[in-house]
Design a protein around this ligand. Structure first.
Ligand SMILES: O=C(O)CCC(=O)C(=O)O
Length: 279
């Protein structure tokens, strides 16, 4: 499936990210924005502050810690909350871009909603996704990524210091210091601007992160991650129950290979993989 233009391919390979304007309609933006306000009051996975747990663990809480809709929220595993979150697993045209970039042998690895409040207390941070691994492994520019993210803006971010996604262009293929000194104000950092409904696509190996938000309003995003099939999901240890409400392609993206798991599954892809992912 060829979806990227030559220019988009060049930008992806050199800068390490792509911005697709208007991936969500204004109705979808309004709907998802309201959904984030709604699910804040519902039980779900939120960051776990227990210092004895390894970094990046989430706890099942009765609701987000802050019930103010402009307050911080970091909710994982969104598919349970509404069919619309399931539909966002493989929407047109974003999913076509993802298949063009990654090839057909892929899975959905994570879903997440983040609300970043306007505050002087949070300076932002910079990291690679996939934990420590993908800051050591940088595949060639022309190789499909091992894993990547689609980050949908639900808020206009049209000026600096509004909780912008900040990237270090080219860092997906060229190492930058990994000693903890890199932050959104380091030389080489670029604060991306975009409108609600735009999506940023970037591989896990690209150094990135949120910058501070001094806009006076909260910045909302939805994040859907994809990985090569053998890497597998970070959100689910087994096929989640919502798969029963999914299309065959979505089920495959949730790890349903069409037969019962046994050692060796996920090593080679199922025979019908291209057909199923092609929809
Ligand atoms: O901008 C954000 O809130 C977080 C984006 C990010 O760094 C990530 O999803 O890994």
């Amino acid at each position: 499936m060829e979806k990227l233009s030559e220019e988009q391919r060049r930008v992806w390979e050199t800068a390490g990210y792509l911005q697709i304007p208007g991936a969500l309609t204004s109705e979808q933006v309004a709907f998802f924005s309201d959904e984030l306000d709604r699910i804040r009051g519902l039980p779900g996975y939120e960051p776990d502050s227990d210092p004895t747990l390894p970094i990046g663990h989430y706890a099942w809480l009765d609701h987000a810690k802050d019930l103010d809709v402009s307050g911080f929220m970091d909710r994982r595993d969104l598919l349970q909350y509404h069919q619309a979150f399931i539909d966002l697993i493989d929407p047109e045209p974003v999913f076509d871009y993802i298949v063009d970039l990654m090839g057909p042998n892929i899975m959905l690895s994570m879903t997440q909603a983040i609300v970043r409040p306007s505050t002087e207390k949070f300076p932002g941070y910079t990291h690679t996704d996939g934990g420590e691994s993908l800051r050591m492994i940088r595949v060639a520019e022309t190789s499909p990524p091992i894993a990547m993210k689609a980050m949908y803006l639900l808020t206009d971010v049209t000026d600096a210091d509004q909780g912008n996604l900040t990237v270090f262009p080219g860092s997906h293929s060229r190492q930058i210091p990994t000693d903890g000194s890199i932050n959104p104000d380091s030389p080489g950092a670029v604060q991306l601007m975009g409108n609600a409904g735009d999506v940023y696509l970037f591989p896990h190996a690209l150094w990135h992160g949120p910058t501070r938000n001094l806009s006076g309003h909260a910045r909302k995003t939805l994040l859907y991650n994809y990985c090569q099939l053998w890497v597998r999901s970070y959100d689910h240890h087994a096929i989640p129950d919502v798969a029963q409400r999914c299309t065959p392609r979505q089920r495959r993206l949730l790890g349903d290979l069409g037969y019962d798991f046994r050692p060796g599954s996920y090593f080679y892809v199922p025979k019908d993989q291209e057909e199923v992912i092609g929809g």
